[in-house]
Design a protein around this ligand. Sequence first.
Ligand SMILES: NC(=O)c1ccc[n+]([C@@H]2O[C@H](COP(=O)([O-])OP(=O)(O)OC[C@H]3O[C@@H](n4cnc5c(N)ncnc54)[C@H](OP(=O)(O)O)[C@@H]3O)[C@@H](O)[C@H]2O)c1
Length: 333
Amino acid sequence: MALPEKFKAMVVSETVEKKFVREITQKALSELPGGELIVEVKYSSLNYKDALSASGNKAVTRKYPHTPGIDAAGVVVDSTTKAFGAGDEVVVMGFDLGMNTSGGFGQYLSVPSGWAVKLPQGLSLRDSMGYGTAGLTAALCILRLMAGGLNKDSGEVLVTGATGGVGSIAVAILGKLGFNVVAATGKADEKEFLTQLGAKAIISREEASDTSGRPLQKGRWAGVVDTVGGNILATALKTAKYGGLVAACGNAMSADLNVNVFPFILRGVSLLGVDSVEIPMRARQMAWNKLAGEWSVDLLRIVTEVSLDGLSAEIDKILKGGVRGRVVVDLSK
Ligand SMILES: NC(=O)c1ccc[n+]([C@@H]2O[C@H](COP(=O)([O-])OP(=O)(O)OC[C@H]3O[C@@H](n4cnc5c(N)ncnc54)[C@H](OP(=O)(O)O)[C@@H]3O)[C@@H](O)[C@H]2O)c1
């Protein structure tokens, strides 16, 4: 198949004044790294990490100009390995994609074959990006909690940052599985959205953030999916009930965690770290199979679709914690 010399992409550049500017421009295929697969990207999606990369956060992206996009779904157009052939539909996520390797916010990418999984049966390319890294992470958090023994009869399960990408999908999956989900949100006007997704109760961000200074509070949560870190994660640990399981995957509030050992040594609470970037392929595949099968949720309510041209505004929004659900990027437009 003849490949185009140029393709449309978002490129983030650093100016001499050390400012970061985004433009939608034509990029040469020869600028891509020499990976085993060349993929024509059909859809991508926006994650918080993309917004950090797109705004010059050097902990995520060291070198600019750069095309962000840690998620991509598309069709293999060239392969030097037997594992994939031209025409295969794939999801490419994690590892270095979109961080220091040109990512999904461009119509083509080139990656090692180990970064791709075949599109799970039962999912469309668009829906795979409706989940994206956020959905995969939500599934991985729930798998960790359930592997620790959490079930729908264990008691209330708290999801923090509940209207965000990871949070909204976690609420929807847990709700579908019959868990008693409590959503913590800073968006007072999104109660109906969260209830429709599956939350049985909603608490404010303030209620989820204890400032009493006490080492423990009344135990309430059997399980927690925390996407925000900081004092909300500390509070979740202090308010977990005996044997409670707390999965931590994010730092939208803060990367700090100021706790003492009492939740662990007096209540047997477990803090479970969840990573979606380097997670071994077997676990990644298991989570995708769940999302494509018994854990699939109604993405219509959760997804907003934009073209590359509409993406920059969504990046500004997610940086302020203002995005609801997931943003899918249609690369054909
Ligand atoms: N471990 C991993 O592999 C992995 C994978 C994916 C994402 N993450 C991390 O998980 C977090 C969530 O990612 P995402 O893509 O879901 O982001 P997102 O869509 O921006 O959602 C984050 C949500 O957190 C809440 N929030 C934002 N700022 C806050 C603040 N200052 N204090 C308290 N709550 C705040 C908001 O929800 P409400 O308004 O509803 O409170 C926001 O919608 C990020 O830190 C991301 O880097 C980690």
